[in-house]
Ligand binder design. Structure first.
Ligand code: ATP
Ligand code: MG
Length: 529
């Protein structure tokens, strides 16, 4: 049997994985059975990007809100009628927790009658076989995959298949969803599903789509990897105007959108995880009127998406202004400013900056200045015992980088001259060997020293330490981590704070070199100033 927990663990991002255990702990404490469901399972198995985490609990997830908030989760929306909460987990991870439920559709165009149910019953109300699976996250059955409609087989066959003949009639938004998934995965509709789809289209079931579903489908577009392709397919199938009567591909800034997706990929390759959603919505609706845009926003359930989209231009302007002011007068200060900005703003400004100076600074930040990191003399730093084990290491590494950026350390010699005073004193020499009676007494009284703890030669100690340091020494990594405030764990938050208020002495390092004998102390007193 496939080990789905293992697959989940290797496929989810570290933040998503943390999100799973957070929700798992809170549900367990509340005595609710929890399952990972829907698209998350489909994407774990199929290998596509996992965009968000869909959880289902047997019980009322609204009761979990307080505990979730205490754990740093943002509640983006609450849908009381279907007992679903939309969340933003730490690290920008989108998720939802819904109550396992049945849906009974009594009248076309009217919301279904919802009742609490078991997970097995819940899976029957889902849209497609590939979305109707659940992975147990409960003690005793953790890792068990519930797949009553053989979704795994349809993933392997790359087919989108409805669960029953009335699927599109009951919920016409599934027509839009079918198109969206077909466009995203390039999977066709299974033959009978296609026949039902065509019949539903012909009979204009779409006229009965619920308003709430429209908002949900609009918001989903923000998170597509290739939104233009999906929107084109929606237009071709006549669904785009269902989302808004004035929406068409002519209203999209296709050029801007293309550039945005490219810049996003570039940032992802650098290790950032910018949420491109608000910017995608901006470009998808660039040529719609303010009123049409306001209409679209009103329907979106996630208010954080709406707000970020609404404010994106304003925030970009503010950042652009700061980038042209004193705060960004030098490369190092520009680096600090951009490192402390939200990655989504850097992304948006990278594509929309009007002033050449701003554009150039962002370009340098994402390309040229990264290469300067390679000029940090790591092997020599290791030889000097300037390794991550030193408490002041992050500051030293950052200072060297900043000075290199500003061209204040122009050669390797200058760089080493700057670094030397920070080298810690060499380890004390080994104690002289004991002789005669004293040695015998000592041997009898105390256990023999552990060889590694009392090295024979000075050089060996240095080497030993250096080896360990090479394995962990990564000023480049720690610098880029400082450039990703949102992805950071708590202890790493300090460098950002420090970057916002760069320590003054770092600007004139060579002249203020500490005397060689007490370099560590000197470095400490530097910090206090
Ligand atoms: P995505 O990758 O776009 O998030 P998804 O399948 O997870 O795809 P969501 O909108 O996040 O889509 O919905 C989560 C799950 O809820 C779906 O996988 C599906 O099981 C169920 N679902 C969502 N909308 C419907 C619907 N209209 N009818 C039936 N089930 C639905
Ligand atoms: Mg989903």
């Amino acid at each position: 049997m496939a080990d789905y927990i293992y697959t989940m663990e290797i496929r989810l991002t570290p933040d998503q994985l943390k999100g799973v255990s957070l929700v798992q702990d809170i549900s367990r404490a509340a005595g609710m059975n929890l399952y990972l469901t829907g698209g998350a399972i489909r994407d774990i198995i199929s290998g596509f990007t996992i965009r968000d985490l869909d959880f289902t609990v047997q019980g009322n997830p609204l009761k979990l809100q307080k505990e979730l908030e205490k754990a740093g989760v943002r509640i983006s929306a609450v849908e009381e009628d279907i007992r679903t909460i939309l969340l933003l987990l730490p690290g920008n991870v989108r998720a939802e927790i819904s109550m396992a439920r049945t849906e009974i559709y009594e009248k076309t165009g009217k919301p279904p009658i919802v009742a609490a149910a078991t997970i097995h019953e819940d899976l029957r109300r889902r849209d497609f076989t590939v979305n109707a699976m659940a992975l147990s996250l409960n003690e005793g059955s953790r890792g068990l995959l519930l797949d009553p409609f053989n979704g795994v087989a349809d993933i392997e066959a790359k087919l989108i298949r409805i669960l029953h003949n009335y699927s599109f009639l009951e919920d016409p938004s599934r027509l839009i969803r079918a198109t969206r998934f077909a466009a995203r995965f390039h999977w066709p509709l299974e033959e009978r599903t296609q026949a039902r789809y065509d019949a539903a289209k012909e009979a204009k079931y779409i006229d009965h789509i619920l308003r709430g579903s429209i908002g949900h489908e609009i918001a989903q577009l923000a998170h597509e990897d290739d939104p233009l392709n999906v929107v084109k397919m929606l237009e071709k199938e006549d669904w785009l105007k269902v989302l808004h009567p004035h929406w068409s591909t002519a209203k999209i800034d296709t050029n801007g959108l293309g550039q945005l997706m490219k810049a996003r990929q570039q940032m992802v390759d650098l290790g950032y995880t910018p949420d491109a959603g608000p910017a995608v919505m901006y470009f998808l609706t660039s040529r719609l009127t303010e009123k049409d845009i306001a209409d679209l926003r009103k329907q979106i359930p996630r208010k954080d998406l709406v707000e970020a989209w609404r404010d994106i231009e304003l925030h970009a302007k503010e950042l652009a202004k700061r980038l042209t002011g004193k705060e960004a007068a030098t490369p190092s200060r520009t680096w600090q400013l951009l490192s402390s900005a939200r990655p989504e703003m850097v992304l948006f400004l990278a594509v929309t900056a009007k002033q050449q100076a701003v554009e150039q600074k962002i370009k340098n930040y994402l390309t040229k200045w990264r290469q300067v990191q390679q000029r940090i003399p790591l092997p020599e730093m290791t030889e000097l015992l300037i390794t991550p084990q030193l408490p002041e290491y992050p500051k030293i590494a950052r200072d060297v980088f900043m000075l290199l950026l500003d061209g204040k350390l122009r050669s390797r010699t200058e760089t080493l001259k700057f670094l030397k005073p920070f080298a810690p004193p060499p380890p004390p020499p080994p104690p002289p060997p004991r002789r005669g009676r004293a040695a015998k007494v000592a041997a009898g009284a105390t256990p023999a020293p552990v060889p590694a703890a009392v090295p024979a030669k000075k050089g060996e100690v240095a080497k030993g330490k250096a080896k360990g340091a090479v394995a962990t020494a990564a000023p480049v990594v720690s610098l880029s981590a400082a450039a990703k405030p949102e992805a950071k764990s708590k202890p790493k938050a300090k460098p950002v704070e420090a970057e916002r208020h760069p320590p003054k002495p770092a600007a004139k390092p060579v002249a203020k070199a500490a005397p060689k004998k007490t370099p560590v102390k000197k470095a400490k007193s530097k910090k206090k100033r």
